[in-house]
Design a binder for this molecule. Structure first.
Ligand SMILES: Nc1ncnc2c1ncn2[C@@H]1O[C@H](COP(=O)(O)OP(=O)(O)OP(=O)(O)O)[C@@H](O)[C@H]1O
Ligand SMILES: [Mg+2]
Length: 156
């Protein structure tokens, strides 16, 4: 599924809507160059999930954890260098754990990703305009993608 997002406000609407759909065990993978809006979208997803804390970029921490009715584990794998890092950090415990995972730069840890995830590829068109390409991997991700498709009026 591919669509154009005209500006930052639309990114926020999309993120919040997606956040409102999420359940325990869901994994959202965000790919795209520097500054395409992965962290901006993550913040909105967290907001849509009802997380009240201020969400910041986990670039240096690698994983930021937020606790709410539904916990959020926000990853930024930009600074990871090897698969050993991935194992050391025990990503699987998060992926198959009690909350939602959002992973920035997920394409860097492709081999370590879980069986089911929704991939969002962000591409810069101009200053504010973005192209999103969504790919569902697995059954649950397909459900989420269907829900997004059927309700585009609510977020775009
Ligand atoms: N449509 C849009 N969606 C998201 N961000 C936008 C949009 N238009 C402009 N921006 C701006 O682009 C920047 C995106 O920064 P953000 O930190 O979210 O990107 P990122 O993909 O996480 O970058 P990094 O790879 O460095 O982590 C922000 O300054 C934001 O205001
Ligand atoms: Mg970021």
């Amino acid at each position: 599924m591919e669509f154009i997002i005209e500006n930052k406000e639309k990114t926020k609407c999309f993120g919040e809507y997606l956040g409102s759909l999420l359940q325990k065990g869901d994994v959202i993978c965000l790919n795209g160059d520097l500054g395409t809006g992965k962290t901006t979208m993550s913040k909105s997803i967290g907001f849509g999930m009802g997380i009240e804390d201020y969400i910041t970029s986990p670039t240096f921490a690698i994983i930021n954890e937020y606790y709410g009715n539904l916990n959020l584990y926000h990853f930024d794998t930009y600074r990871l260098t090897s698969n050993a890092d991935v194992e050391y950090l025990g990503f699987d415990e998060y992926f198959y754990g009690d909350g939602v995972c959002i992973i920035e730069w997920a394409d860097r840890i492709k081999d370590a990703l879980p069986e089911d995830y929704l991939e969002i590829n962000l591409e810069r068109i101009d200053e504010e305009k973005r192209k999103y390409n969504l790919v569902a991997v697995g059954k649950r991700a397909e459900e989420l993608l269907e829900e997004l498709k059927n309700n585009e009026d609510s977020w775009n």
